[in-house]
Write a new protein. Structure first.
Length: 176
């Protein structure tokens, strides 16, 4: 039986979540089931929230985060972010082990790890004990040695140019 892949998209360039959504779009074409759990993100609008309604029941999106941390309009206590990240990891484990999904995307989990919202050994244990055949995609800026070791595919998104540097704001359908 196919053992399933652990895929990691990390780095400072744009395209990590987009790449994960690209795989989801591709997989839906084969009637596969995808679940995406968003760590960190939580209180903003994203196109994929609406796409998930259109791609039912193939693509399920769960917003588990409490928004960006320590910046902009973050009015949450760090403990609230920790609690929601821990709950998201618990949910991820449940989804991965449910055998209802071909692919489970843990969006921004690498960032949650960097901020120490979740324990690395807990994530690694979820990845080590995943059922064969289930693919898992991890995204977020950071890459730890353990995530690198356990992943089958690792791609770094490296910023070469980003319109943000010219003061061009995030765009609907491109950035969110
Ligand atoms: P996307 O969701 O667009 O694939 P991403 O997942 O690679 O981006 P995140 O760290 O999740 O990157 O950031 C999400 C938002 O930040 C997006 O609107 C994206 O365009 C923007 N962004 C990503 N990389 C950069 C960068 N190097 N400079 C400025 N903004 C960035
Ligand atoms: Mg992202």
């Amino acid at each position: 039986m196919d053992r399933g892949l652990i895929i990691t998209y990390y780095g400072n360039g744009k395209g990590k979540t987009t790449a994960a959504l690209g795989i989801a779009l591709r997989a839906v074409g084969y009637d596969q089931k995808i679940c995406m759990i968003q760590f960190i993100k939580g209180e903003w609008d994203y196109g994929e929230i609406y796409s998930s309604n259109r791609l039912k029941p193939h693509f399920e999106l769960i917003i588990a985060g409490k928004g960006f941390i320590g910046i902009l309009d973050d009015d949450h206590d760090i403990q609230e972010h920790i609690d929601s990240a821990k709950a998201a990891l618990g949910l991820a484990k449940e989804k991965i082990n449910s055998l209802r999904y071909d692919t489970v995307i843990l969006d921004e989990i690498n960032y949650a790890l960097k901020l120490k919202l979740i324990e690395e050994h807990e994530l690694i244990s979820v990845l080590q004990s995943k059922p064969p055949g289930v693919n898992i995609i991890l995204t977020g800026n950071h890459l730890t040695d353990q995530v690198l070791n356990i992943s089958d595919l690792v791609t770094e998104m490296r910023e070469v140019k980003h319109p943000y540097k010219k003061g061009i704001r995030a765009r609907k359908g491109i950035d969110f």
